[in-house]
Write a protein that binds this ligand. Structure first.
Ligand code: IVH
Length: 663
């Protein structure tokens, strides 16, 4: 084949492939088999290898991932990418509508309702019909160029049906099924799991190497037309959605036109009811004023348009089955029943277990193995059994009774007076020791990266760590001999252990896992006594004299330090050179300042943010009040932000917070 023929065939192939890609990924109705499609792709790629200068920007070969980018370039958004105002109830939506009507002058407003996809907002720029550039939201004004990863999203058109020049916006996401499959593949390859579809999508878009993004099942819905030059006049959101669809974009099929509050409310209820059946995760409904001229009249606040609102759904509940009930032995010996579930995707993550708390709760709920149940996430984090669907029983369910002996060490378990939990009172119980090692290494504790459940178990079983004191005598040879531990992981672990020796006293005290000594109490005791030996030597009276320390804590602390095994552990820690002291509090830059956090932060976990604010002497409160100095608003902030805005509290972005913390 000569070059001319190759050019002709390549043009043909690009058109055919893009066409079939559109049928498959946008319309969801393929016209040829996967094998036929692969054949066309292979022909295209082989021809492009033979004639590299014939590769065009709209070539489908880009889907499989091209060269890695060296860094992310900044992109200034032509129009800022703002957030949305959230409402959480029908009443709040009513208020929002009233405010709109005040500006628009009474008449019924037409709206467009769309599901609020729980993914990542992106901005896409097309020149003469060809995809040129795509960027993340960033801080709303400047985002990152992620073109190299976006071209791997099969449902994103590389060439539009008309040669328009336009900027559009949409949401990149991963469907529920694809997310579960993705994580299953990761298990097979021994990789860490993604917590949520949204995290997986975010992580994929943030890669420098597009080959990684190409392996992730990314998808996109486009919902906004931002700029369009030299084409036709589009006057409403509804026309815009129609036009976007005509141009070849994937537009959400559940978008509808609505008139007035009642229809909008009904739409919110309808979509909420359908939520579970949707193939992707949504966290609410977005309502947008249809008329662009009315949108203009309503305008913007500094954060969000006044012509749109997000109606957020309340915490998700799903139905599943109790496959089994297991008992868990905690680090304090508490024996808790745990329901092993048929895995389900719930509020962004796969849930496989849900706590049944204790014997009393188990009895009260009358949960049996095989029962159908409803689960939700308490405080949106911990999976919990809400209800047992007794009417769905078929007679094959099996009752469960709590064991009389510890499932780990087989000693008899006891229920202490005034407690609802059963306890294993054997401090040498293997399950407890393993749990104590895990707790010792946890983030809030000594923060030893790489020491999780599996390794703790291995260390205990091989006799390398009989208590937390032994961790610091681990040698490279010991670790390298363990199954699944590579050279690099062994070195990393030793390094993490070494680093942890310098932790301040409060982290060590918390890590020791004394009953009733959480992170807060650990800080109070450390700040008061300043050294571990002084805490260990403190009498009940001395402990009780400390503000906020009551008899329960004082008793637990003295009892813990009087145990012979505690004394042994402390000796081992001291010999290893673990720091036993709290630093003097210097003049701290955030002394006396009260922060409230809302929404998701990107570069810090919530706990890290709290730690860093507190390290500078600041305080983090749970709710906004008159004493709040700053509210830090992450992505999708909650109702706290609304309250703060009403109260005139200073609002910080994540970037601004980081800047303050750097000082
Ligand atoms: S409109 C200024 N429509 O929600 C208008 N946003 O909380 C803002 N989102 O950053 C965007 N689905 O990431 C719009 N159908 C939809 C949406 C949607 C999801 C996200 C988007 C935005 C965030 C705002």
């Amino acid at each position: 084949m000569n070059k001319e023929d190759a050019a002709r065939r390549l043009k043909e192939l690009r058109e055919i492939i893009n066409e079939h890609n559109y049928y498959y990924h946008v319309l969801d109705s393929p016209r040829i088999s996967d094998a036929q499609f692969d054949l066309l792709m292979r022909e295209l790629i082989e021809l492009e290898i033979a004639y590299p200068d014939l590769v065009t920007p709209d070539s489908p070969s880009r889907r499989v991932g091209g060269k890695p980018a060296s860094s992310f370039h900044e992109v200034n958004h032509s129009v800022p990418m703002l957030s949305l105002e959230n409402v959480f109830s029908e009443g709040e939506l009513r208020d929002f509508f009233q405010r709109c009507k005040k500006v628009t002058g009474g008449g019924e407003i037409n709206w467009v309702g769309e599901p609020k996809i729980d993914g990542l907002a992106v901005s896409l720029y097309y020149e003469k019909g060809v995809f040129k550039r795509g960027a993340t939201r960033g801080d709303g004004y400047t985002g990152e160029d992620i073109t190299h990863n976006l071209v791997t999203v099969w449902s994103l058109p590389l060439r539009l049906k008309e040669e328009i020049t336009a900027e559009v916006r949409g949401e990149v996401f991963i469907s529920r099924d694809d997310f579960i499959k993705l994580n299953e593949r990761r298990i097979e390859h021994g990789l860490s799991l993604f917590a949520t579809p949204r995290n997986a999508a975010a992580g994929s878009l943030r890669q420098l190497d597009p080959k990684v993004a190409a392996e992730r099942p990314l998808d996109i819905f486009v919902y906004a037309l931002i700029q369009l030059s030299g084409y036709k006049d589009i006057k409403t959101q509804w026309e815009a959605l129609f036009f976007l669809k005509e141009m070849g974009f994937k537009v959400n099929p559940l978008a509808v036109m609505l008139s007035g509050l009642e229809q909008c409310l009904q739409y919110c209820r309808d979509v909420d009811a359908k939520r579970q059946e949707l193939p992707y995760e949504i966290d609410g409904v977005v309502l947008k004023v249809n008329d662009f001229s009315l949108q203009q009249k309503l305008g913007f606040t500094s954060r969000a348009p006044r012509w749109a609102v997000a109606f957020k759904f309340s915490s998700e509940e799903v139905e599943t089955v109790i496959r089994d009930i297991e008992v868990n032995v905690g680090r304090t010996g508490a024996i808790t029943p745990v329901a092993v579930l048929q895995p389900v995707l719930l509020a962004g993550s796969v849930v496989k277990r849900a706590s049944l708390h204790n014997e009393d709760v188990l009895k009260e709920k009358e949960a049996m193995i095989g029962d159908r149940i409803i689960v939700h996430k308490a405080g949106d984090v911990i999976p919990e059994v809400v209800e047992v669907l007794k009417e769905k029983r078929e007679g094959l369910e099996q009752p469960f009774t709590m064991p009389r002996s510890c499932p780990s060490c087989r000693r008899a378990v006891r229920r202490l007076p005034g407690e609802a939990v059963l306890r294993c009172l054997n401090p040498a119980c293997p399950a407890q020791v393993v749990e104590r090692i895990i707790h010792f290494s946890s983030r809030g504790g000594m923060d030893i990266a790489g020491l999780g459940q599996q390794l703790a178990q291995q260390l205990y079983e091989t006799g390398l760590a009989k208590d937390v004191g032994d961790l610091y005598s681990l040698r490279y040879e010991d670790l390298a001999g363990l199954g699944r531990m590579g050279d690099k992981s062994a070195r990393n672990l030793l390094q993490a252990l070494e680093k942890s020796k310098a932790n301040p006293l409060h982290k060590l005290l918390y890590a020791l896992g004394i009953r009733f000594v959480g992170e807060r109490v650990a800080r109070i005791l450390s700040a008061h006594f300043m050294s571990l030996h002084r805490i260990a030597a403190a009498s009940e009276e001395e402990l009780l004299a400390v503000e906020e320390i009551g008899p329960k804590i004082a008793d637990a602390v003295t009892e813990f330090f009087s145990r012979p095994e505690t004394k042994l552990i402390i000796e081992k820690l001291e010999r290893a050179g673990v720091n036993f002291f709290e630093e003097e509090r210097g003049a701290k830059s955030l002394e006396g300042k009260v922060f409230v956090l809302t929404g998701a932060l990107e570069s810090l976990t919530r706990q890290e943010a709290v730690e860093r604010i507190e390290a500078l002497g600041g305080k983090v409160a749970g709710s906004v009040g008159v004493k709040t100095d700053y509210i830090v608003a992450g992505a999708n902030p909650g109702s706290k932000l609304k309250k703060a805005l009403q109260m005139g509290t200073a609002v910080l972005s994540e970037e601004e917070l980081l800047e303050i913390l750097q000082k």
